[in-house]
Design a protein around this ligand. Structure first.
Ligand SMILES: [Zn+2]
Length: 580
């Protein structure tokens, strides 16, 4: 965790950037009238219902309801946290974030600058390797390998930034800063000499989900050479067990994939993409970790683990259960796909084609089935000893599961297999069902006067001037939702936001965030020059209506046994005087 980011800095940042430019660099926008439109990146659609407003610095999709300011867009589009999105924005306009209350564990600015330097270096190295594939005198070996042996198209090579590390021990050093190359893991050291770690290999830049190159994988051109695959070592930038290969490329094509396939090698990812299966990522030579799964489940609800069918692959699949059980819950699905021996995805695709492979994905085994099958295939559950073994081996996994339906069903299944009540063993009572969430019914979408007035104000915060010139006498008014109306109006008076986007930022993760978003998106068909008059008119009517309401209510209350208190009597007199 870094320190917190000052509110003022975020406000300033939102003024400095233009949402149209930022979104346009991710999703090409078309100008239509005063707004910009595109096909929505957050849902599938044929005709564009995704709108971006430069005035409000706000986007909204009439199809799926997605909407927010530029920070929200970056968070959702690039799958970033709030802080990451701010960092990305700050980087894009070249300003430094003045973190407050810096956590002692946060890397100091110096270390951050170093990371940035390493990142920039690796971006250049990736470009360098791509150039070698085009220009190096020995490039033909690499091109032949990619084209003839792998049938990789230029388009795929470009998407994945595939490059070529030529033969030679001192290729990088003359072109880049040696100290940085060492820190980035690009050089190795032996016999008092530095030399290129990657030589005569096809190079796969490993990008993090933001698209920055953080390391490389290299594959030999000649299968007789070892090791066949080589990865960058751990560096300040590259932590193998936290990253997967291909996620950035995948999300660029489809930010909300229905499923993600995890395979073992980068060549598998590239080949799958080549065959049209562009939702695969690869682990980087380590066992699958919970962090990697969490990363994937931020973008999808189903993950399929694909392993080679040999002994090593089967072992790896079982080992993955540790990570899987620690992150599974009712909303996440994991399936297991073991390929027939001696294949990996690459060789299988070449042998049987994409259709057959897709069928295998379709038929992948549910993790629950795979898990219990692992025991039932090896243990003879007719004996008490084996059933006890089953319980003791399954227990550590089941205890990791988050409470919910899935856990309960897994426990029930275990009970069935053991023919024994396991709840006491697991030291837990049968789990209560999660409470059904209360779902709000669609509200009437016709704009009431209250809603229209407030929406105009939220969408054009400059109108607050009118409230300041003629302050509203809230005591003399009564209408539906007056408390909320007053709260929001007073907030706008206090914050004085330059744009809707800035105002919304003040409501991020606050109870009224949803209301504000709805008001910001409310379609009001008015030309810009008509807004001021419309607002003045609506406000005047609302006040008139509010006073009438208040007067009527006070008059009714005056006739009841409870009667009016002194304050209310004062308000009533004032209202009578003003309306007469
Ligand atoms: Zn949409």
């Amino acid at each position: 965790m870094s320190g917190s980011i000052p509110r003022q800095f975020i406000d300033d940042l939102l003024v400095r950037v233009d949402i149209v430019d930022i979104i346009d660099s991710h999703v090409p926008l078309k100008k239509t009238g005063t707004n910009y439109t595109a096909r929505c990146p957050f849902h599938n659609e044929k005709s564009p219902s995704f709108n971006v407003s430069r005035n409000k610095q706000f986007y909204h999709c009439f199809g799926c309801g997605a909407g927010g300011n530029v920070i929200t867009f970056l968070m959702n589009f690039n799958h970033l946290s709030f802080v990451e999105a701010i960092e990305e924005l700050a980087l894009s306009c070249g300003v430094e974030i003045p973190y407050e209350n810096q956590n002692p564990n946060t890397p100091p600015q110096q270390a951050k600058n170093k990371l940035l330097e390493l990142q920039q270096l690796l971006a250049k190295v990736a470009t360098f390797y791509m150039q070698q594939l085009r220009n190096h005198p020995q490039k033909q070996i690499a091109i032949d390998y990619l084209k003839m042996q792998r049938r990789i198209t230029g388009e795929i090579a470009r998407d994945f930034m595939i490059g070529y590390a030529p033969e030679g021990w001192q290729i990088l050093a003359p072109n880049f800063n040696i100290d940085l190359l060492c820190e980035a893991g690009m050089l190795a050291y032996k016999n008092e000499q530095y030399y290129d770690r990657f030589r005569q290999r096809i190079m796969f830049p490993i990008r993090n989900k933001r698209g920055h190159v953080i390391g490389f994988g290299g594959r030999v051109l000649d299968d007789s050479q070892q090791p066949k695959y080589l990865n960058s070592p751990e560096t300040p930038l590259f932590h193998k067990s936290n990253e997967v290969y291909g996620l950035y490329e995948l999300l660029k094509k489809n930010p909300k994939p229905n499923r993600i396939l995890i395979v073992e090698g980068y060549m598998d990812v590239v080949m799958l993409s080549q065959f049209g299966i562009d939702y695969a990522v690869a682990t980087l030579g380590t066992n699958l970790t919970a962090t990697q799964l969490q990363l994937l489940f931020r973008s999808t609800s189903e993950v399929i683990l694909c392993f080679d069918g040999d002994k090593a692959g089967q072992d790896a699949a079982w080992k993955a259960m540790d990570a899987v059980f620690s992150i599974l819950n009712d909303n996440r699905q994991v399936r297991i796909l073991l390929l027939p021996e001696p294949h990996d995805p690459d060789s299988l695709l070449q042998t049987e084609g994409a259709e057959a492979f897709l069928q295998r994905i379709e038929n992948a085994e549910m993790v629950s089935h795979y898990f219990f099958n692992h025991f039932t295939s090896t243990l003879n559950l007719n004996s008490i000893e084996s059933r006890a073994k089953l319980a003791s081996q399954a227990k550590p996994f089941l205890l990791k599961l988050a409470d919910g339906f899935f856990k309960e069903m897994m426990l029930t299944k275990l009970q069935e297999l053991m023919n024994f009540n396991v709840a006491p063993i697991l030291n837990k009572e049968t789990l209560p069902l999660p409470p059904k969430r209360y779902i709000k019914k669609n509200q009437n979408t016709r704009h009431s006067l209250e809603r229209l007035t407030l929406a105009l104000l939220v969408q054009n915060p400059r109108l607050v001037e009118k409230l300041e010139v003629n302050p509203i006498d809230w005591q003399a008014l009564d209408f539906i939702g007056i408390e909320k109306f007053r709260e929001i109006a007073e907030k706008i008076c206090a914050v004085k936001p330059a744009t809707t986007a800035q105002l919304l930022e003040h409501y991020r993760e606050m109870p009224d965030e949803k209301i504000l978003n709805i008001l910001a998106c409310l379609p009001i068909l008015l030309p810009d020059e008509g807004i001021d008059a419309e607002f003045s008119g609506a406000l005047k009517q609302l006040i008139l209506h509010g006073r009438k309401n208040r007067l009527a209510k006070l008059q009714i209350k005056a006739t009841t046994t409870e009667g009016l208190n002194d304050y209310e009597k004062g308000v009533l007199l004032q209202l009578l005087r003003e309306t007469s």
